[in-house]
Write a protein that binds this ligand. Structure first.
Ligand SMILES: [Zn+2]
Length: 313
């Protein structure tokens, strides 16, 4: 059995530590729980709160961090809850209030970059380097309505993609969707040889007991499938596997009027919504480029050019 070393922390086998992990070259810290089990096994990293207004995953990680004990664990678990404290406290959607950057577009990060890039670098250099599996717990942000789904790195090579997809199917959400993003959390982990996924449970900046419990039981399922916790994963309904997510971005500034809701099935050519100016004049219309299910819809009336408005799976 080996020590579990992350940043300034060293955790002996059979020990658990809760503390503040220092972000490299900054005054920032991240609340972390490190559990070093009593038996050999895999190392699993669980991140929450990468975005500021996504709560069910943060609360699920806080509760799991308190509940899980080394005697139950074969291997090691690191939980971050939340990663992006400044964005969490500011209730900032997508971006950090410190540098205006989206942490989920900033991986692997830079040791001497902006604060968001330093957070990414801390995670990729201190945790992904020793991880065997990575879970990133997201939700619909304060302005995002969504149906529950999970993204996995479909373009990361067959072995990593398949390990990620199989684990993602145990989360208990209805859609498992391929992703080809490379500069996000799990895409970066996959490029470093670590399978994983990004869960989306909950939306609109809300959180409920049901969503938190769902995340917790899904994570326990995955930990069981990896052999980190004892027991067989609970059976969950078989999800629908979708090859990729098609995101649509706004092409105008103004007001956004969607005409679909999360979970709705659409046909190629169906209207998804329109953007109007502040006088009610139509500026642009948006249509489905192919058949699919609506994974998320932006709920805010305000919209800016370049921002996501709808994603289809
Ligand atoms: Zn997010």
């Amino acid at each position: 059995m080996e020590k579990f070393c992350v940043g300034k922390f060293t955790v002996e086998p059979g020990d658990k530590l809760q503390g503040l992990l220092e972000v490299v070259n900054s005054d920032l810290t991240m609340p972390v729980t490190l559990i070093n089990g009593t038996r050999q096994g895999k190392t699993v990293v669980i991140a929450s709160g990468v975005h500021g207004g996504e709560y069910p995953g943060v609360e699920a990680a806080i509760r799991l961090a308190r509940e899980l004990e080394p005697a139950q664990v074969a291997g090691r678990i690191a939980l971050l809850h939340p990663v992006n404290v400044a964005a969490f406290q500011a209730k900032a959607q997508y971006i950090s209030p410190l540098d205006g950057k989206n942490l989920n577009r900033s991986f692997p990060g830079k040791a001497c970059g902006t604060t968001t890039e330093r957070i990414a670098y801390t995670i990729s250099s201190q945790l992904f380097t020793q991880a065997d599996f990575f879970m990133d717990l997201h939700s619909g942000d304060i302005h995002e309505g969504l149906i529950q789904f999970v993204l996995y790195p479909a373009g990361a090579g067959e072995d990593i993609a398949e390990a990620s997809r199989a684990a993602a199917a145990l989360l208990g959400v209805p859609y498992v969707v391929g992703s080809y993003s490379a500069n996000g959390t799990f895409g970066c982990a996959a490029s470093m040889g670590v399978p994983g996924f990004l869960g989306e449970i909950g939306n609109l900046g809300l959180w409920s007991e049901e969503e938190v419990t769902k995340y917790m039981s899904g994570i326990r399922n995955v930990l069981k499938s990896l052999g980190v916790l004892d027991g067989e994963p609970e059976s969950v309904p078989t999800p629908e596997f979708l090859p990729r997510m098609l995101g649509l971005n706004a092409e105008q500034n103004g007001c956004w009027y969607p005409c679909v809701i999360p979970g709705q099935h659409v046909k190629q050519g169906d209207k998804l919504g329109e953007i109007r100016d502040y006088f009610g004049q139509k500026l642009g219309e948006y249509f489905a480029s192919q058949d699919g299910v609506v994974l998320y819809v932006i709920s805010s009336l305000a919209i800016m050019e370049g921002e996501p408005i709808v994603a289809l799976g």
